[in-house]
Ligand binder design. Structure first.
Ligand code: ADP
Ligand code: MG
Length: 269
């Protein structure tokens, strides 16, 4: 079990060597001194207070921190749902921090998959149609849209639920449809804001298994969670406090979600 290999039996060469610093060339995400304010009548909330970080292709990052520490604000900027008031955001080398809404929407649709705590599926629409939705805003041909949607559902283990409606699926299955929908345009980054926040322990680990499998295939993933048990499945953990990045650590002896699932009791459907 490679994932549980203790440091002591690693080759001597591997010991004591720090990770090579990520070079700007592989940075899929790079932020420089991001600040974000929200104006609320008389008061002004300083939600991000100078966040600088670099994330390379293939990373799997968990973002932690107390409620109100700026995690969602940061994710919304990374996901091109919002803009910073100052600072720069380079997405695959392009500074998008001054792009207007239309330009951001276009980049978002091409490069970013977003998963939310509340699934946000359309109720009267099948799993397949929900998954297909983001392709409607692209130039992908009709036949390819269907094919890609079926592939995306297969990636999350739901090929056999394509014709089901959200009300006919469990919370975990609905979240998997939301992940398929986030993947259908083949994004370079998957962003997930508390994706397991509404799910029980076993279902949360099942979602983390999907994320680990996608990351193993090369997808860059950033996920917000306030549960240490969920964060440990990532490769790196960032901790926010009061709008600042306070910690940035690599995960040591990261567990395999597939292995953890073998130790958890299964629930009846
Ligand atoms: P987290 O996701 O870590 O809980 P948020 O990024 O949602 O934190 O919020 C950071 C701060 O910004 C909080 O003080 C929050 O109340 C405030 N905030 C977030 N969104 C808005 C908004 N749309 N309008 C006003 N204030 C907001
Ligand atoms: Mg939040």
């Amino acid at each position: 079990m490679l994932e549980n290999t203790p440091m002591s039996i690693m080759s001597p060469d591997a010991i004591g060597k720090s990770q090579p610093p990520p070079s700007a060339a592989d940075a899929v995400i790079r932020t420089e001194e991001l600040h974000k304010y929200y104006e609320m009548g008389e008061t002004r909330v300083h939600a991000l207070r100078g966040v600088s970080v670099m994330i390379s292709r293939g990373e799997f990052v968990a973002i932690m921190g107390a409620s109100g520490s700026g995690k969602s604000t940061f994710m919304n900027i990374l996901g091109c749902l919002d803009r910073p008031n100052s600072g720069r955001y380079l997405l695959e080398g392009t500074d998008v921090s001054q792009h207007d809404k239309k330009a951001l929407a276009s980049i978002r649709n091409q490069k970013i998959g977003f998963v939310f705590q509340g699934f946000n599926l359309l109720a009267r629409t099948t799993a397949l149609e929900n998954t297909e939705l983001p392709t409607l805003y692209t130039k992908i041909a009709q036949a390819d849209r269907r094919k890609r949607s079926i592939e995306a559902l297969a990636m999350v283990g739901l090929a056999n639920r394509a014709e089901h409606f959200p009300s006919q699926m469990s919370g975990g299955q609905q979240q998997r449809v939301a992940i398929a929908r986030a993947l259908v345009n083949r994004p370079s980054i998957l962003l997930a804001d508390e994706p397991t926040g509404n799910l029980d322990t076993r279902t949360s680990v099942e979602i983390m298994e999907i994320f680990q499998n996608l990351n193993d295939k090369g997808l860059t993933i950033l996920l917000v969670t306030h549960e240490q048990d969920v964060a440990q499945f990532a490769k790196r953990v960032l901790v926010f406090r009061d709008g600042k990045l306070r910690k940035d650590d690599l995960v040591v002896n990261r567990p395999s979600a597939t292995e953890v699932l073998k130790t958890l009791p299964t629930l009846e459907d």
